[in-house]
Design a protein around this ligand. Sequence first.
Ligand SMILES: Cc1cc2nc3c(=O)[nH]c(=O)nc-3n(C[C@H](O)[C@H](O)[C@H](O)COP(=O)(O)O)c2cc1C
Length: 279
Amino acid sequence: MSTVALFGTTFQNPILLAAGTAGFGRELDDVIDLDLLGGIVTKAVTPEPRQGHPALRVAEFRGGMLNAVGLANPGVTHVAEHELPWLAQRLRRARVIVNVAGARVGDYVQVIERLTPLEPIAAFEINASCPNTNAGGLEFGAEPRCLSELVRACREVSTRPLTVKLSPVLPDIPAMARVARDAGAEAVSLVNTIPGSLDRRLGNGSGGLSGPALLPIGVLATRRVREQVGMPVIGVGGVRTLSDAREYLAAGASLVAIGTAALADPRVPVRIARELMHG
Ligand SMILES: Cc1cc2nc3c(=O)[nH]c(=O)nc-3n(C[C@H](O)[C@H](O)[C@H](O)COP(=O)(O)O)c2cc1C
């Protein structure tokens, strides 16, 4: 048995598709049975549709991948009217977590307020790595006051559980996890990508590093938060195999999300979920 009780619901296994790497699930539906997963984390949703950054948006290198997608998404109205109803109708057992992004606190609030009543949502994942335009572009999760203000505002407008996704390059991840918890978050998602750049390899100039190099970084962040704060963690970063997923679970993660490895081979998450359930 590998079911997980979290967010007031049950996940049939701990494996999720990570935010931004599976869209809203539709593109994968012909390739894998989404309903065999613990759940899917959607790509970031913002109030307005976003085109995202210019090409090239991804660049591979030996340690993993850089991406500069720029939060491309169809906007909250389209997500509410088309993507979430599709997921609700398609999924019976897999849970849905909606990733939310913005440039101001009001953007997150607008998305969460609009989507909260929709039936399939198990939780919102607040992407706290977005630049806060009211704080000179410093990311929300980098500073306790900004993070607290963001999470409190989201908490006030929603009855759904919240998980806060933090950057791996914060000097004190457990301290920021505590801030998130005290402001009303149920969990933290550890970790987001690491900022990086390779000469002329991305249209945006810089992007986020994901893939194998993140594994030990995310595992350490998970272990430290579990030891020092004790709140639930969704582990994410660098998982390619069953033993990688087990690293996060051994560090105390409740759920484990898979991104880059699933871009290379979409069957990886279902395979690991099966191995966990039967192994
Ligand atoms: C192409 C791409 C798009 C992503 N988009 C988002 C996003 O919209 N919101 C978010 O919180 N994280 C986003 N991420 C970060 C992933 O969810 C994950 O935290 C990160 O890639 C580390 O996991 P991995 O090594 O398994 O890919 C994205 C990552 C990639 C590679």
